[in-house]
Design a protein around this ligand. Sequence first.
Ligand code: A3P
Ligand code: MG
Ligand code: MG
Length: 369
Amino acid sequence: MSGKFPIQPIGRFAGASQPVKRPKEFACFSYDDNHEFHLDDSSIRYYYTPRLGADLSKGYESFQKLDDSKDGHLDALLKTIMAYESEQGKNIDAEIITWRGMMTKILGAPFENFDGFEMNATLYQGSIFIEENHAYKVASKEAQHQQQQNRSRRGPPPEVMSYWGYKFETLSTLPSIWAETSRDYIEAREDHIVNNKAQYCSVVRTGIGSSILCLGGEVDAIWDSKPVEHGKPINWVELKTSLEIRGAKDMEIFHRKLMKFWIQSFLLGVPKIVVGFRDRDGFLVKVDEIETQRIPQTINATPNPSWNADLCVNFAGTFLEWLKQTINDEGVWRIRRLPQTPEIEVFKVEETGHGDILSEEFKNSRIKL
Ligand code: A3P
Ligand code: MG
Ligand code: MG
């Protein structure tokens, strides 16, 4: 059953927020410096205040950059779920299983009019698995690159600006808690090679409206250390860089950016966002700690709020209910929002099977219902 879900008018999603569940981590995995998968927390990083004045461009020539041209599908997430299910002797109860990034796009859709998205989805044993449509991601990255090339711009190239974000992560984190990190390591932080192949990913169970979700996503750092007891809130830290705010216009842009920061962090239950403000040349000028849960009220208190958190949640809750009705039999489905259009379309692209969304390994391992 294909269909279209209208985004506009968004007024129908206004009002008190549908219920949300606090995300609880039930599993995690790591990619190491070679981007190899490990079913553990080995790549977790510990937050440590960076030095103001640091040069975020430093070391760009030795950047160990992840090659993201390969389509990883949901593989790492599925491996982690598989291990958890075999340990528990039962399948997880999530109705929607996906990367956090996909849900970020959905929650932001009511206030995001320019960017489109494409995802593939399949129903298997009662759960809808959603991946990003890799071909679309590659094409839109290429288009964005072209745009940046065409625009006559001052300042550093976009590759260097993207490096700044990873450099900030390296400057603000340690591989072990402070007390167990050598003075030499801490002092040499600004010279460490930046490598974005390593990642720690949290896998959580959460709920939006009437839907139970399992989301996997990267977390940048932890404030203290992981609680021993499972299911306890974890003091995760999301790291972000942003241009320093020097006037009303900058503030308006920053408030808009806070929507993505908030959605991304809210979905995994990340309580704190540390923003490294930089100047136009990429020098760190200020560091701010922002509590994720306070962002919605900060925005609501502005004279003309550019977005609303409750509305994002209500939109997603209603959309997911509709999605569960729509994706009701086998095959591969496309979930698509064309740029600058007021609706999300869902239609079948393969009549049977699950495409490449689900690995053979995962399908075979699942406990049969
Ligand atoms: P900033 O967010 O500080 O710019 P994340 O914040 O999601 O953990 O991502 C870490 C960094 O990856 C970003 O840091 C940015 O440098 C880079 N990055 C993420 N998404 C990007 C995109 N769409 N284009 C370019 N760089 C991106
Ligand atoms: Mg990150
Ligand atoms: Mg970050």
